[in-house]
Design a protein around this ligand. Structure first.
Ligand code: ZN
Ligand code: ZN
Length: 258
C-alpha cells in the first residue's frame, strides 16, 4: 500500500491511498482544488486517472472544497453518508454520489474502505480504515474524543494518520476568542497533541510501521512540538518505533509505503 498526504489541516485535507499491486487508488477527502490535486500527484508520477473513488469524512469545507470540480472533470464515484450529502448540497441534485452508512464497508477493485462514526461537530462524521491485501491504513482527523472503535482500530493497522491539532498551552495563551477555544477543545472538536500521544501510548503497538500526525493548527501548534512529544513517547516505548511523518499544511508529503 502506498499513501500520499496531499495536504492536511484546516486549509484543506486530501489523502491518496493506492494499492501497490494494482495501482488503483482512492482519495480520502477532497479539501484542496482539482488543480492542486493534479500538481501534487504529479510530483510523485501519479494522476487523478489512478483514482477509482473519493470518500468523504464530513461536510466541512476543508474536506470537500475541491470535490465538485474534481468530479466534474473525472468520472469518479463519491461515497459519503446521506446526512453529509444533504448538508453539502442542500437537496440540489448532484451526479456521481453514492450513499454509504456510517458503518459501511465499500470495495473498489482491490481496495476496501470501512467507515466508522466519530465524535465531531458535523452532521454524520466518519473515519476510515482502508485495506489493500494484508495492509491497513487508519485515517482519523477532526476528532473531539476517541472511543473504543478508534482505539481498537489503532491496534490493528500498519499505518495511521492521526490528528494532532493543537498544543494546549499555545491554544490557552493564543489569540482565539474563548468560545472558539472551547469549541476546539470540546468533545466534538479536535484532538490535542497530548490526546494524540495518550491515544497512541495506550492503544498502538508494534504493528504500526508508519505514523503520520496531521491536521496541525496553524496558530496553535508547530511541527517541532508534535515531533518532540512523539519522540518522547518513542523513548519510553522501545516496542513502538513507527516511521514518523508530520503532514504538511502547505506541501505534498512523501510516498509512504507499508
Ligand atoms: Zn478538518
Ligand atoms: Zn471538521
Amino acid at each position: 500500500m502506498n499513501i500520499i498526504v496531499l495536504n492536511s489541516g484546516s486549509n484543506g485535507n486530501a489523502v491518496y491511498v493506492e494499492s501497490a499491486r494494482s495501482g488503483a487508488a482512492v482519495l480520502l477527502d477532497c479539501g484542496i482544488s482539482r488543480r492542486q490535486i493534479e500538481l501534487r500527484l504529479k510530483v510523485h508520477g501519479r494522476h487523478p486517472q489512478n483514482l477509482r473513488a473519493v470518500f468523504i469524512t464530513h461536510e466541512h469545507a476543508d474536506h470537500v472544497r475541491g470535490l465538485p470540480v474534481l468530479t466534474k472533470l473525472y468520472p469518479l464515484s463519491t461515497y459519503l453518508t446521506e446526512p453529509t450529502f444533504r448538508r453539502m448540497y442542500r437537496n440540489r441534485p448532484h451526479k456521481g454520489h453514492r450513499f454509504m452508512e456510517n458503518s459501511a464497508t465499500v470495495t473498489v477493485e482491490d481496495i476496501t474502505v470501512q467507515a466508522f462514526p466519530k465524535s465531531h461537530d458535523a452532521s454524520d462524521p466518519v473515519f476510515f480504515v482502508v485495506t489493500t491485501g494484508e495492509k491497513r491504513f487508519l485515517y482519523i482527523t477532526d476528532l473531539g474524543v476517541h472511543d473504543a472503535a478508534v482505539a481498537g482500530m489503532l491496534a490493528e493497522v500498519d499505518a495511521a494518520l492521526v490528528e494532532s491539532n493543537y498544543d494546549e498551552h499555545m491554544l490557552e495563551t493564543g489569540p482565539y476568542p474563548p468560545d472558539l477555544k472551547d469549541r476546539i477543545r470540546a468533545e466534538y472538536g479536535h484532538l490535542s497533541n497530548l490526546q494524540a500521544v495518550d491515544l497512541l501510548r495506550r492503544h498502538a503497538n508494534g504493528r504500526l510501521r508508519a505514523l503520520i500526525l496531521g491536521h496541525l493548527s496553524e496558530n496553535n501548534n508547530t511541527p517541532e512540538i508534535v515531533r518532540r512529544e512523539m519522540e518522547a513517547l518513542f523513548a519510553e516505548r522501545p516496542d513502538f518505533r513507527p516511521a514518523l511523518h508530520i503532514a504538511s499544511r502547505y506541501t505534498v508529503g512523501d510516498v509512504i509505503s507499508v
